[in-house]
Design a protein around this ligand. Structure first.
Ligand code: DP6
Length: 333
């Protein structure tokens, strides 16, 4: 009853921001992302009848019962997995990320996609990718998308039980291998407002949220089409527009949520200027200060060179479309 899995973080081109059901983890809107080839979580889980309590260790740090990471995330997820599998056993979970946790780099997405894949293996649940994406969703919404590689859409669904709310691949990584995202780390500190709390407050208080919901389906359609046709300008410009709209709902939340720092703003201006000069780059930003620059392979080197000139940038990593979540024989304990 032990299994290990690796899953990669994804970066959304059309964002998920807001739930219509917190218990079953159903989003207000659909979303589209690219699963990366680099940032990943590697997780081992063992269900063990001799354990009295679950044990959770992430990046060498233990998160016992009573800590938010366990109570609001992994503990709840394990309750769902136990109900689904009918196996009421405690688990030991050890997980490692190869990127900074909780800094707007989708650590929960990679983490729960890896955990769902490992739990499915350890308990012999026999879930396919659709089932896995629904299980991962119960841990963290964005994890739904990290089950698949390449370009992925998380369908909003209509049903209140979540039975039509899962992820499906729009195109595999080989479809558009020239697509790049350049992750510019402007701060490695953990963010002040987690996505979960932030989106819930936005839903309750932002007067812009209605406009977000009214326009997001159009963005989904455009980005889906752009990916299938490999129309870079269409995908990049729509992703940037969608990102700005999401941040407009965050900024107009009460109290206001500002995820950007000075480095973030500096890069936004730079990208706009580069575009005016004919260097085609767009940005997207999640619930954190990091800027992900969307570009094509042919321009990536030049953009990295320019980004490195900014003293505010702590690290730069180039990612491209990456693989599905998968089981591995490499156990962490
Ligand atoms: C801004 O998936 O972290 O990255 O479902 O509450 O765990 P929970 O939230 P989470 O939110 C991600 C928000 C986002 C946009 C996105 O990835 O689509």
């Amino acid at each position: 009853m032990k299994a290990s899995a690796i899953a990669h973080a994804n970066i959304a081109l059309v964002k998920y921001w807001g739930k219509r059901n917190k218990e079953v983890m159903l989003p207000q809107n659909g979303s589209i992302s690219m699963t990366t080839n680099d940032f990943h979580a590697h997780t081992t889980v063992e269900f063990d009848p001799s354990l009295q309590e679950d044990i959770l260790i992430v990046n060498d740090k233990e998160f016992p019962k009573g800590m938010e990471e366990y109570d609001d995330y992994v503990g709840k997820f394990l309750t769902v997995a136990r109900q689904l599998s009918g196996k009421d056993l405690k688990a030991k979970i050890v997980s490692k990320n190869n990127f900074p946790t909780a800094a707007g780099l989708a650590s929960s997405a990679a983490g729960f996609a890896a955990l769902a894949t490992a739990v499915n293996g350890a308990l012999g649940m026999g879930l396919d990718q659709k089932g896995l994406s629904m299980l991962a969703r119960r841990g963290s919404g964005s994890a739904t998308r990290s089950i698949h590689g390449g370009f992925v859409e998380w369908l909003r669904g209509e049903n209140e039980d979540g039975s039509d709310c899962f992820a499906q691949q729009i195109a595999p990584p080989e479809h558009w291998p020239e697509f790049r995202m350049i992750t510019c780390i402007t701060s490695t500190k953990a963010k002040k407002v987690k996505s979960r709390a932030g989106m819930s407050q936005t839903l309750k208080t932002s007067p812009m949220y209605k406009a977000w919901l009214e326009t997001v389906n159009q963005n989904l359609e455009t980005v889906r089409k752009g990916i299938l046709e490999k129309n870079f300008s269409l995908v990049g410009s729509t992703a940037e527009e969608n990102c700005i709209k999401m941040h407009a709902t965050m900024l107009t939340t009460k109290p206001s949520i500002v995820y950007w720092n000075a480095g973030t703003i500096e890069l936004i201006h730079a990208i706009h200027n580069w575009r005016d000069e004919g260097l085609e780059a767009y940005f997207t930003i999640d619930a954190g200060p990091q800027v992900k620059i969307i570009c094509l392979e042919k321009d990536a080197e030049e953009i990295v060179r320019r980004v490195k000139e900014f003293p505010a940038i702590e690290d730069v990593r180039v990612v491209k479309p990456g693989p599905d979540a998968r089981l591995t024989e490499e156990h962490l304990f």
